[in-house]
Design a protein around this ligand. Sequence first.
Ligand code: ZN
Length: 229
Amino acid sequence: MIGKSALVVLSGGQDSTTCLYWAKRNFERVAALSFRYGQKHVAEVDLAHDIAREANVEWECMDLPFIADLAKDCSLTDTSLEIEEEKPADSLPSTFVPGRNLFFLSIAAIYACQKGIFDLVTGVSQTDFSGYPDCRDSFIKSLNVTINLATDRQFRIHTPLMWIDKAQTWKMADELGVMDIVRYRTLTCYNGITGDGCGHCPSCKLRQKGLEQYEQQRKRIAQGTGQED
Ligand code: ZN
């Protein structure tokens, strides 16, 4: 156990759902907060609700419509733009939503504070950060300091996935006993298809590649020919 209570920022995707169960393992009481911010794949919010209910954690969703208004030329929020399959070289991917994690975590901290919760959990990862600057460890550490200064509290932002890749994230879900929930009940696909997704958006490709790597690793271990990391 790390602490008494934690708030998980829950999108309804693979990473945050794995983090929800990580939090359940490490905290006595867990709450989850989701955001509706004009994302095309807004169905993830309903899935997040279902996931939270099944995990028996209190859940709330907040509307932040201004995020989509601020995000010009973002293919994740602008319905007139297509999500490209490959990230352009030397620029941020078109799916980058400016300020998303800055807003999410700042609001989550204020929300948690009202509930007497000072441990926040987010599924960001620097290893598979897809070129999003607000998924990096330096940003999270910096924001943690800023939130503490802003509130005069001692928050701790936990990032269980920061230094692991997608294959290791699958492994974590498996070890937490929620492989099927994460695989079939979450939505990571930018085109809004639950479970294994559309198969060709950048998010599906990353998720699928990680799953294949993990399954191969598991097979090698079962055959006694592989090393567990
Ligand atoms: Zn997809």
